[in-house]
Write a protein that binds this ligand. Structure first.
Ligand code: SF4
Length: 341
């Protein structure tokens, strides 16, 4: 049996047509499942009996299995899901003034090997399928009885290393009868896979791009992010300029502040020179220390100075509030502990 959640609207139309049904049935089904949250085909009263019986035999509408849930004192909720093959993945729900945002995982493990990241401690065993991406959100919506308004593909894995499934996931959650999450409320974060940045720019979807930059130069980036050996920082920056040229959309640069590594004022100067002229803003992120690594968190006063130095030099920046540190919110930490390696 396949999952209903695996289909984009066009994919579902083709599937139904191939099996002797009408394309318009796809929109009817989307409305039942995503808008009405109905999981019993027999209650879908405007669908023919014939089609209901076919769906019953061929497509499941099941939530992911929740292995455990951890709630932080600041309202962040972290889910550990168990997939059908037994793999564990993490998904985080964050609450902001402007809505509810889910940080989605795109792969089981990650091969990118960023030296500060707990997700990379467990190598990639496989890509997540479209339904496994979508069901991270639907399961949380059902479990919390909420409407998710934003999504970031920023959990474990490199989204552009699972490109087509991530693109189809965006189509499902953005569709007017799907989860109806506005394209401007969806962000994909890459560590800098240059050819895919350009491909993403040309997609017929208007979701956002974030780059995990984390360093102002090749010397530091080579040390902390292996991907920089394949795509050096200047190539990433050039790809961002090309992306803007095609889409006209602002880019976010994610920058984790690591004490003594990338958080000096001279690094802020270098960073502002590097990205000057790009329509972007820098999201400075306090590091969530991971036991297995030697990195430490930049102290708040130093982080503020770094932030002020950027803004003084005309760069739009935010200093992100720390979230969920009491529940091991650093991506991959829970799963790593649970796998007991
Ligand atoms: S930061 Fe992202 S790309 Fe790098 S190892 Fe972690 S999950 Fe993978």
């Amino acid at each position: 049996m396949q999952s209903f959640y695996n289909f984009t609207i066009n994919g579902l139309k083709s599937y139904l047509t191939e099996n002797g049904f009408k394309p318009y049935n796809a929109d009817q089904l989307y409305k039942w499942v995503y808008e009405q949250k109905e999981t019993d085909y027999h209650k879908m009263t405007n669908i023919s009996k014939n089609l209901r019986e076919f769906l019953e035999k061929n497509l499941t509408i099941e939530d992911l299995e929740i292995d455990s849930v951890y709630e932080s004192s600041d309202g962040t909720v972290k889910y550990l899901f168990k997939l059908e093959d037994g793999s564990l993945i993490e998904t985080v729900l964050m609450t902001y003034d402007y809505g509810k945002s889910v940080c989605v995982t795109s792969q089981v493990g990650c091969n990118m090997g960023c030296s500060f990241c707990a997700s990379g401690l467990l190598k990639k065993s496989r890509d997540l399928q479209v339904h496994e991406l979508v069901r991270q959100i639907t399961t949380i919506e059902h479990h919390q009885k909420i409407k998710v308004t934003h999504s970031v593909v920023m959990g474990t894995g490199e989204p552009f290393d699972n490109y087509q499934n991530v693109i189809d996931f965006i189509k499902v959650i953005n569709y007017k009868h799907g989860l109806q999450i506005g394209a401007r409320h969806i962000t994909v974060s890459t560590c800098g896979i240059v050819p895919k940045i350009l491909e993403y720019a040309k997609e017929d979807i208007k979701s956002n791009l974030a780059i995990s930059l984390h360093a102002p130069n090749n010397y530091i980036r080579n040390k902390i992010m292996k991907i920089n050996m394949a795509y050096p920082i200047q190539e990433v920056i050039q790809a961002c300029k090309d992306y803007f040229e095609v889409t006209g959309r602002r880019i976010t640069f994610e920058y984790i502040l690591l004490d003594g590594v990338n958080d000096k004022l001279e690094h802020a100067d270098e960073l502002s020179d590097l990205i000057r002229g790009i329509n972007a803003y820098v999201n400075l992120i306090p590091y969530n220390p991971v036991l297995e690594f030697h990195y430490r968190k930049t102290d708040p006063a130093k982080a503020s100075k770094f932030y002020l130095q950027l803004t003084k030099r005309g760069i739009n920046a935010t200093l992100r509030k720390e979230q969920g540190s009491d529940i091991d919110a650093a991506c991959g930490q829970l799963r790593y502990k649970k796998e007991d390696i």
